[in-house]
Design a binder for this molecule. Structure first.
Ligand code: ATP
Ligand code: MG
Length: 357
């Protein structure tokens, strides 16, 4: 037994019990979309407002797994931060920062690269879908990114990760990494984190192809609603959104084989905090000429005050940088002792010095 094993522990150290804590992140790989808002940010704000200990990150080290123009990366980093803040993340209640300011992420990521197995990474469907036939030409970082994501989460011993449906497999991988680390070293250092995938918009689809999800890095601007789109652009994109010609059905079952229609109803439901069933009850039998303009008006109502606040913040980048730096300091206070203890468990000499005595 080392002295550290006998020492009293708080929830930031290894131990069998972990306090509830939420962590989640968004990549600055482009402008924020309605998918990011409904599937992630809106739910983060609800979590924060419910009083849960919450940490939200702009995951810039993930963004560079594909090429990013340096100036555009810096701009997008501040824009994602502005999106969080304008949507209601309070940097005093939650911790808000960008990943690269807390070097512990990259360091724990390396340890996890040595825990995760190549076979596990080969099963990641997102890599297979995004890389397609060009797997050999992808960066090594892009292939390994789920292991850095595990580090982002476990560095804070986070118990819950609210994400969209597309990230479910990566949170499951995080659990596998935590379990293998704990098992291999005979410790209970990391929690088995739960993905939280809830609400009517956990997978907002591409407006031009209902079989693909809406993404900020998608090819065409017409396939997504950006949080900063103006009212005319939002109306035009919904008007041109692909649908089948049939009117809205009388019941939810009638949407089963109609991906595009189901998507638009789901967006409407999420924007109004209702269920898809309630929206169908209101619009049963309505044609697209009625439903699409109603949806566009609703999206404009919800997004335009947020977009205005984002623009205001983007005019003062120094203030955003100040908020991110302060968040990074607070994040590091949690991350540093967790990483130090992890190094000590692994047998890396020096970092645990002074902390475990
Ligand atoms: P990229 O195309 O660069 O991967 P993205 O739009 O997928 O961008 P991410 O930064 O990868 O955004 O994901 C941030 C969060 O938004 C994650 O929790 C993810 O699950 C969620 N999210 C992304 N797209 C959608 C979507 N279409 N519907 C619901 N949630 C989504
Ligand atoms: Mg993504």
């Amino acid at each position: 037994m080392t002295p550290a094993d006998d020492a009293p522990r708080d929830h930031t150290e290894a131990g069998p019990r972990f306090s509830p804590r939420v962590f989640s992140g968004i990549k600055p790989s482009g402008g924020l979309t309605l998918g990011n808002y409904l599937g992630a940010i809106k739910r983060f704000v609800e979590t924060q407002n419910a009083g849960t200990d919450s940490i939200f990150c702009v995951v810039d080290l993930h963004a560079i797994t594909v090429w990013q123009d340096p100036g555009e990366l810096a701009r997008a980093t501040r824009e994602v931060a502005a999106g969080y803040l304008a949507s209601g993340i309070d940097p005093e209640r939650a911790i808000l920062f960008n990943q690269s300011q807390v070097h512990e992420h990259a360091e724990l990521g390396w340890i996890f690269n040595c825990v995760a197995r190549v076979g596990w990474m080969n099963r990641m469907t997102q890599f297979k879908e995004k890389a397609g036939k060009n797997a050999e030409k992808q960066s090594l970082g892009f292939y390994a990114y789920p292991s850095l994501m595990a580090a982002d989460i476990l560095l804070y011993l986070a118990t819950h990760v609210p994400v969209g449906e597309d990230q479910k497999q990566h949170v499951e991988l995080t659990r596998d990494i935590a379990a293998k680390f704990n098992h291999d070293y005979g410790v209970e250092q990391f929690p088995l984190t739960e993905p939280v995938i809830e609400g009517p918009a956990t997978r907002v689809m591409n407006l031009r192809d209902g079989s693909k999800k809406m993404s900020k890095s998608g090819e065409s601007d017409m396939e997504r609603i950006n949080m900063t789109d103006d009212a005319d652009t939002i109306s035009k994109k919904f008007r041109k959104a692909r649908t089948d010609p049939a009117p809205l059905p009388e019941t939810l079952d009638g949407l089963a084989d109609r991906a595009e229609a189901r998507n638009l109803v789901g967006i409407y439901a999420a924007l109004t905090d209702r269920t898809a069933g309630e929206v169908i009850a209101e619009y049963a039998g309505a044609g697209w000429g009625t439903f699409k303009p109603a949806l566009a008006d609703l999206a404009v109502d919800k997004l335009s005050p947020i977009a205005a606040e984002m623009r205001r913040m983007m005019d003062d980048p120094a203030e955003i940088d100040r908020i991110l730096a302060r968040g990074a300091d607070r994040a590091r206070e949690i991350a540093a002792p967790v990483l130090a203890r992890t190094y000590e468990i692994v047998g890396l000499v020096g970092r645990g010095r002074g902390r475990s005595a």
